[in-house]
Ligand binder design. Structure first.
Ligand code: NAD
Length: 412
């Protein structure tokens, strides 16, 4: 599989060429400002001590404090964390949030940890890097295999070490510790607003629009529910165990209940079981990868029969697949725009923490809708101006905004 950091560098190289920027600017945009690599000792339940390797990449803070999740996964690498921190920089800039980009990760298989071991690991990670975190320095959030509970442990450790309350040092917290209403469905809702805007611009009839979604986790399942409620026809859904397909459309609510009781979407009454990787090849109008990176590749790109790909997962389309899709007029609406609802409500969480006040859900959703639509329109207008694709246009928007902030600070 290609190196994600190299992919991220190739993306900015392309934009630097389009915008006719110089080598110095490319160099300034291409490396994280700081990358921390730490060893986290944890006393395991059996009395042995394991030392886990952790990272935090602080990519660019010219627009504001670093912002980005912490991932617990056995396949975390230094380069992956660097790439993700660069993409967070662009994502926050596309949404015009006053934030920079960061990302953290620990090499660990969380499924092999007891709850107590996971808690010690979370405390240990913060002990190792807390001096570099804070509401006005670097603000982590949940990512793959970290959740509200992990955020609560991390907040607690940070506050213990610094001796003061600082709820704005982390987002995705439980409501009782200063979390935001609406955070659980924010990513799906953000993607939903972008899909509706894209469909209405093209005057596409929702009831005739067929959707396929890969991944039935937080983002995929909530998006499936929202789209089904609006009248889209959900043709196929999948999770790690397999997929289901019904030409007349699936009852999403019932599928979710079925998954809750059986552990998977497969064997849903009235639907046909299909292999996980075949889901992407079902003819449809909207394809939503909402599970893993690099699922649309050179190998399967020719078999994909859709009009639009809305990237809810981070990096689901391998760079080599993009020209093959473009040739067949399949439009990709990129991750740094489509899945930015999560970080946008995380930003709202920080604002509420700073105000020591909590907003109503309705207010949060209205503000999110406005932000997502503004970002979509800004990307679309650059797409037209530069006669390019939506991903490149989103990167142009982000890079111009970051460069502007860097210049104003005197960095040229
Ligand atoms: P999650 O862990 O809640 O769900 C992941 C889902 O993917 C699960 O249903 C799992 O069964 C499924 N899956 C795993 N392997 C699969 C396979 N081979 N085929 C089909 N499905 C498979 O994760 P999530 O929070 O929903 O995140 C999904 C994606 O969205 C990730 O790429 C994540 O980085 C991205 N994302 C999520 C958020 C957020 O706020 N949740 C924000 C931005 C981006």
């Amino acid at each position: 599989m290609s190196n994600p950091y190299q992919n991220a560098l190739n993306q900015i190289k392309k934009v630097v060429q389009i915008l006719n920027l110089d080598e110095n600017t490319y160099r300034l945009l291409s490396a994280p400002k700081r990358i921390l690599e730490v060893a986290i000792p944890v006393k395991m339940d059996d009395g042995s001590i394991k030392v886990f390797q952790g990272f935090r990449s602080q990519f660019n803070d010219s627009r504001g404090p670093y912002k980005g999740g912490i991932r617990f996964h056995p396949k975390v690498t230094r380069d992956e964390v660097k790439a993700l921190s660069m993409w967070m920089t662009w994502k926050c800039a596309v949404l015009d949030l006053p934030l920079g980009g960061g990302k953290g990760g620990v090499i660990v298989d969380p499924k092999k940890l007891s709850r107590g071991e996971a808690e010690k690991l979370s405390h240990g990670y913060i002990q190792a890097i807390y001096k570099y975190l804070g509401p006005d320095q670097d603000v982590p959030a949940p990512d793959v295999y970290t959740n509200q509970e992990v955020m609560a442990w991390m907040l607690d450790e940070y506050e213990r070490l610094t001796g003061r309350h600082a709820p704005g040092m982390i987002t995705g917290k439980p409501l009782s510790l200063g979390g935001s209403r609406g955070r659980e469905i924010a990513t799906a809702l953000g993607a939903y607003y972008v899909i509706l805007e894209a469909m209405s611009r093209r005057r596409i009839v929702i009831q005739k629009t067929r959707v396929v979604i890969q991944g039935m986790g937080n983002a995929g399942a909530n998006l499936a529910l929202l789209l089904a409620k609006k009248g889209f026809k959900i043709l196929a859904l999948s999770d790690s165990k397999g997929g289901i397909f019904s030409p007349s459309g699936l009852d999403v609510k019932k599928v979710i209940r079925h998954k809750e009781s059986t552990g998977s979407v497969i064997n849903f009454e009235g639907a046909k079981n299909i292999k996980s990787d075949r889901v992407l090849e079902i003819p449809c109008d909207i394809l939503v990868p909402a599970a893993l990176e690099n699922v649309i590749t050179k190998k399967n790109a020719r078999k994909i029969k859709t009009k639009f790909i809305f990237e809810v997962a981070n990096g689901p389309t391998a760079p080599e697949a993009e020209p093959l899709l473009a040739k067949r007029k399949i439009e990709i609406i990129p991750d740094i725009l489509v899945n930015a609802g999560g970080v946008t409500v995380s930003y709202f969480e920080q604002v509420q923490n700073a105000q020591n006040f909590s907003w109503e859900e309705k207010e949060i959703f209205q503000k999110l809708e406005k932000k997502m639509i503004e970002a979509y329109r800004a990307v679309l207008s650059l797409k037209e101006k530069y006669q390019t694709d939506m991903r490149t246009a989103a990167l142009i928007l982000a890079i111009l905004r970051v460069i502007e902030a860097m210049k104003k600070r005197g960095m040229e």
